[in-house]
Design a protein around this ligand. Structure first.
Ligand code: SF4
Ligand code: SF4
Length: 471
């Protein structure tokens, strides 16, 4: 597409052809210092991802996101449904941090740390290069007739893809249901854990489909973070960018052609050939660019070969290239930083002051008061106590007001570490002391003899004004 000034713009998606069909990408195998650095980092990140569900802190899985039981563990700290407000605030703080980070450093996360990029580029793509060869060989193989060699290569590749997807699916499940539960599902017959077994196969199937077929479409079409780049990035954000001032006018190196009127880009297409999302970074910052740095390495290698300075494609901002500006602390960054600091402090304070023993006492629904032979009116209550500490606790209850007594149903309240305990109790008040149908109650909670909470609830009694008094 060309505008009135003659400037041309890309007006179609790199992975969709004119008929609207998917264009399969064959990115060239990247190499260079940045690709090596990403490879090393990915080894550590993959090790963490695979080991985290099997590491325990204080008897808890390092990271657990049990959505089914609404129980989350972050680095040994257990978050219960009662901590939901904390979870929401922490999530908002995280979103603000992501926005702030993206405004400053662009999609650094996508290129260096996102599991999708790491699995796709550092695991699945490498296996593909190993079995089918680099881009040209892959194209040739895919267009070749189905020979025995092609069939073996395809079966080998897809078997390995599914095996790795199966492992990823299992690890993913371990983050949701816990590694102990996962090991039980694996070690016992599938018929005893049908839901777990089906989930395992389902997750494996989804991961296989994503990495074998859907690939870069996750980043360019599905990922909400990717779709938000248009509003998050600004001309000061650091991104992988082509130095258009230095590179243009681009032109091939030709014998007997002076480069005086040409820039440093020799139009070799190497930066496009290695791109896993199929774009040309020379068109400017684009939604599809995951900042994987493959084009930086490719271009630097070319620059070295032709004795030009490296860095024609590099990490910089649009203003960094156009105005030679360094990274600036803009009002936008200041605003996001302020919001993040406030939220971070709020979450920290709430975390430090959060109750380690959370008690809820509610009158048992559907049960009215009872009158005892000793002349007391009694109400039945349900008690739920969450012990968020790593030690067992002995809980005591004391009726602070009004005068009366508490009788626990089922004996003492002994809490296991990091557990939820539910029980029932009767509160009994002398009938002659009751003045109203509804009497406010104050119950003190003691943990290991130390008062930790004060619970307010209400007590239902007879309507003594209407109940005829016995003569
Ligand atoms: S343009 Fe460069 S950094 Fe962006 S996705 Fe393509 S190769 Fe990676
Ligand atoms: S790799 Fe560098 S020199 Fe080659 S086309 Fe891309 S920007 Fe130009």
């Amino acid at each position: 597409m060309t505008d009135s000034t003659g400037t041309s713009y890309r007006d179609k998606v790199a992975t969709i052809d004119n008929e609207g069909k998917r264009v399969w990408l064959y990115p060239k195998k990247p190499s260079g210092p940045l690709t090596r650095a990403r490879g090393i980092l990915s080894v550590f990140l993959l090790a963490f991802l695979f080991l985290a569900p099997f590491i325990e802190i204080n008897g808890q899985q390092l990271l657990l996101f049990n959505i089914l039981e609404r129980r989350f563990v972050l680095f040994g700290l257990v978050f219960w449904p009662q901590d939901f407000y904390l979870f929401v605030l922490a999530t908002i703080a995280l979103v603000v941090f992501i926005v702030l980070f993206t405004v400053v450093f662009g999609r650094l996360w996508c290129g260096w740390a996102c599991p999708q990029t790491i699995f796709m580029e550092m695991v699945f793509r490498k296996i593909e290069y190993l079995i089918e060869g680099d881009a040209r060989r892959q194209i040739a193989l895919n267009h070749a007739p189905w020979t025995t060699q092609k069939i073996i290569k395809k079966i080998l590749k897809h078997s390995l893809f599914f095996a790795i997807s199966f492992v990823i699916g299992n690890i993913f499940l371990a983050y949701i249901i816990g590694s102990e539960q996962l090991l039980i599902i694996i070690s016992e017959p599938p018929s005893e854990h049908l839901v777990g077994f089906v989930s395992m196969i389902l997750f494996s199937g989804v991961f296989y489909w994503v990495f074998a077929f859907f690939r870069e479409q996750v980043c360019t079409m599905v990922c909400p973070y990717g779709r938000l780049q248009g509003v998050l990035l600004d001309p000061n954000s650091i991104v992988v960018i082509y130095d258009f001032k230095r590179g243009e006018n681009r032109g091939k190196i030709e014998k007997n052609r002076k480069r005086d009127e040409l820039g440093d880009c020799i139009d070799c297409h190497q930066c496009v050939d290695v791109c896993p999302t199929g774009i040309d970074i020379r068109d400017g910052t684009q939604l599809e660019c995951i900042n994987c740095t493959a084009c930086i390495d490719a271009c630097n290698a070319v620059m070295k070969k032709v004795n030009f300075p490296t860095g024609l494609i590099r990490y910089s901002s649009f203003n960094g290239i156009k105005l030679s500006q360094k990274l600036r602390f803009t009002p936008r960054i200041a605003g996001y930083s302020a919001v993040f600091v406030i939220l971070f402090m709020l979450v920290s304070i709430l975390m430090i002051t959060r109750k380690t023993i959370d008690t809820t006492i509610l009158r048992t629904p559907g049960v009215l008061y009872q009158e005892t032979a000793e002349g007391f009116i009694s109400n039945l209550y349900n008690i739920k106590i969450v012990n968020k500490t790593f030690e067992p606790r002995k809980i005591g209850l004391k009726l602070k007001s009004p005068e009366g007594r508490i009788k626990l149903v089922g004996g003492d309240l002994n809490l296991e570490p990091n557990s939820v305990t539910q029980s029932a109790l009767f509160v009994e008040l002398p009938k002659e002391k009751l003045r109203f149908v509804r009497t406010p109650l104050q119950i003190e909670i003691y943990s290991n003899q130390k008062k930790i909470d004060n619970i307010s609830t209400s007590f239902i009694g007879p309507d003594l004004w209407r109940t005829p008094k016995k003569q």
